[in-house]
Write a new protein. Structure first.
Length: 230
């Protein structure tokens, strides 16, 4: 399965260069041309990595990086800086980027950094026989089976897919749109209530008290979060 990279850059020549080189390596790319668009796209879609320029219209890359980190602590971010002095500045700010490249950079160098990060975080699809565990939930993807405290759960296909997605992203705040996009794979026009309906079905199966859920928490006005357990 191809991995998707969000390129945040306003200079068309650099966008073209990045797109070309990443797509040559079978990455899927999407482009945001300013900081606000980057945040919107990030909230609505799922990406495996972000390449983020610092000098951007509307909202600079530092602010974009901080905003994304408030929503998601894990997504890898590589920042592009125009000069070394900016590099020092960001380092000092510790804004949560994973790596930095100073312009002008070679596409090969960027690709090497991207691949190194993706390898490091092991963002690979689940391998056969692997078990996804979170507290009393155990998911066996190979058999499409889910156990809660040793009881086999009867889940619909969508409940199963939603639970797998939430569990893979445990600890992260996920927007309704992101869940809709990930699980239903097409855009319901404006109606993300289907996510709420499926979440309430899931809660009935895995929560001791559906009014005070300990697994799938509601993030008011935004979406949901799967609580992380050992
Ligand atoms: Ca720029």
């Amino acid at each position: 399965m191809s991995q998707t990279i969000l390129i945040v850059e306003d200079e068309p020549s650099i966008v073209t260069l990045l797109k070309y080189n990443l797509e040559q390596e079978n990455f899927i790319t999407e482009v945001a041309y300013d900081g606000e668009e980057a945040i919107e796209l990030f909230k609505a879609n799922e990406y495996d990595l972000i390449v983020l320029d610092i000098m951007l219209p509307k909202m600079d890359g530092i602010k974009v990086c901080k905003t994304i980190r408030m929503i998601n602590k894990h997504i890898p971010i590589i920042m592009l800086t125009a000069k070394d002095s900016e590099y020092d500045k960001i380092q000092g700010l510790e804004i949560g980027a994973d790596d930095y490249l100073t312009k002008p950079f070679s596409p090969k160098e960027l690709l090497a950094r991207i691949q190194a990060i993706l390898r490091r975080i092991g963002n690979a699809p689940l391998s056969e026989g692997e078990v996804l565990k979170n507290g009393d939930i155990s998911i066996y993807p190979q058999q499409y089976k889910v156990y809660f405290k040793d009881n086999l759960l009867e889940l619909t296909k969508k409940e199963y897919e939603l639970l797998v997605y939430l569990t893979k992203h445990k600890g992260e705040i996920l927007s309704r749109e992101q869940l809709l996009h990930a699980v239903w794979e097409f855009d319901f026009v404006g109606d993300s209530r289907i996510v709420d309906v499926q979440v309430s079905h899931l809660r009935e199966k895995i929560e001791e008290n559906t009014r005070k859920p300990s697994y799938i928490k509601t993030v008011r006005g935004f979406g949901y979060k799967m609580e992380e357990y050992t």
